[in-house]
Ligand binder design. Structure first.
Ligand code: MLT
Ligand code: ZN
Length: 458
């Protein structure tokens, strides 16, 4: 029997998907890299089933690509070596939400937005909020160390994952981490697995830290004549020590792309906007809002609008979250990056992005988590995809973007990971020795190089 027949006899045919039609959804993700076909997708319902797949795959030397909800943007879930896509999409149980411990335990297929609704209904709060929160899964968030706007105040996924159950290639299962608020027993392997892009092991259970839900939230939209004025406002807010939970920017091109589908109506003629969201006790919130509004005005805001209620706040975030899909729908090429520079370098990075756009003669839409120095820079183009000259122009613009980022002591990826799309730029940021040490670490967990092979490193 080959491995696929064995899997069918062990798990049943309904969990072992084969054939182009059934594999279509498992051959792609949200990267621009098109389809890569696995031989089968195995949809596991439990940690035991995950371990079984990893044991058989190791025995048969078949590559395995773990997959959450497939919302990744850098190709991390693409099965470039064929073999098996191991999906955890059916492992969707919220096993525990504990208000005394401020801890929740979930399976990896739980959808982030649903989880947040559940914990908020019980008076608690799980901050990480990538734009795909209505679709992405917590297992995928762990693999990519997902961020989002609220990372400005609350940090990224890694800050909230305190325990992981994982299955390793070969089928061994391990429990990593803890459930306590603190803990320094042994190495921080949870920290190492979070953000490892599914190359160390497959997550089968996640223990997360929760916070009490903030009682008050206020959101304001500051309108600027230009992106440079908006960038200056970001610096002003940070320099004054204000701590909104989100400090986002959108440039004119991004705003104009979302207008048709945005529930929020941006003021006509806005050259750029900053979205500033504050939270905390209700008392004191108004004063904090006024302080942030004044900081924006000092930097050149022509208008500052405060969302009047929850409904308006939701509309504003809907508009912000459709930046990426709106740009993608409108253009043949949308090459999106998520560079991150030290916070103080945001105005300088924005200037350099403008220069790259002029030199490359490509429209560039920039938006994102400016408070964290994390910008989504989107090179757009409507020439045919087969046009080699266009590809060369985009590649040159990308290389310039990463070179400028590194020159400012920044990093290639603030939140989307390296996957396939950015691996050729890794040597810009990391030494050959450091890349080699990381490859050694990978070999420790997966000596046969079968788990998500070909990802991260060039
Ligand atoms: C976002 O912040 O909207 C997401 O990270 C998606 C993107 O960068 O395109
Ligand atoms: Zn983002």
């Amino acid at each position: 029997m080959d491995i696929y027949q064995t899997l069918v006899s062990e798990l049943g045919a309904a969990k072992v998907l084969r054939g182009e039609e059934r594999l279509y959804a498992y051959s792609r993700d949200e990267s621009p890299l098109g389809h890569h076909w696995p031989d089968a997708a195995v949809v596991c319902a439990s940690a035991e089933e995950v371990a079984l797949v990893l044991r058989l795959a190791a025995e048969h030397r078949v590559p395995v690509t773990p997959r959450g909800a497939g919302t990744g943007m850098t190709g991390g879930a693409l099965p470039i070596a064929g073999g098996i896509v191991l999906s955890t999409e059916k492992m969707t149980r919220i096993l525990e939400v504990n208000a005394d411990d401020l801890v929740a335990v979930v399976e990896p297929g739980v959808i982030l937005g649903q989880f947040q609704d559940e914990v908020e209904a019980q008076g608690m709060f799980y901050p990480p909020d990538p734009a795909s929160l209505a679709m992405c899964s917590l297992g995928g968030n762990v693999a990519e160390n997902a961020g989002g706007p609220r990372a400005f105040k609350y940090g990224v996924t890694r800050e909230y994952i305190i325990g992981l159950d994982v299955a390793l290639m070969g089928g061994e299962r391990l429990r990593l981490g803890r459930r306590t608020a603190k803990g320094v027993t042994g190495y921080d392997l949870v920290g190492a697995f979070v953000g490892s892009e599914g190359t160390f092991g497959v997550t089968t259970e996640i223990t997360v830290k929760l916070l009490p839900r903030p009682r008050g939230v206020a959101t304001l939209l500051a309108v600027f004549p230009s992106i440079s004025a908006a960038g200056a406002a970001v610096t002003e807010v940070i320099r004054r020590g204000y701590r909104p939970r989100a400090l986002e920017l959108m440039d004119k091109l991004a705003i104009d792309h979302v207008r048709p589908k945005a529930q929020y109506k941006f003021p006509p003629g806005a050259g750029a906007v900053a979205i500033v969201e504050l939270d905390g006790d209700v008392e004191g919130l108004e004063a904090a809002v006024i302080r942030c509004a004044e900081a924006c005005e000092r930097a050149g805001a022509v208008d500052v609008l405060v969302a009047k209620d929850d409904a308006e706040r939701r509309k504003l975030w809907q508009a912000r979250r459709i930046c990426s899909p709106s740009l993608r729908e409108a253009h043949k090429h949308k090459v999106a990056e998520d560079i991150c520079v030290p916070r103080g370098q945001i105005p300088e990075m924005l200037r350099r992005i403008e220069r790259i756009a002029q030199r490359s003669e490509l429209p560039v839409a920039t938006f994102g988590h400016a408070g964290d120095g994390n910008l989504h820079v989107n090179f757009l183009c409507d020439e045919d995809k087969t046009n080699a000259a266009v590809t060369r122009r985009i590649d040159a613009a990308l290389a310039a973007l990463f070179e400028e980022t590194i020159a400012l002591k920044g990093t290639l990826s603030g939140e989307h990971g390296i996957g396939l799309t950015k691996q050729r730029f890794m040597p810009l940021e990391q030494s050959a020795a450091l890349i080699d040490w990381q490859k050694r670490l990978k070999r420790l967990w997966d000596p046969q190089n079968l788990l998500n092979p070909g990802k991260i490193f060039p």
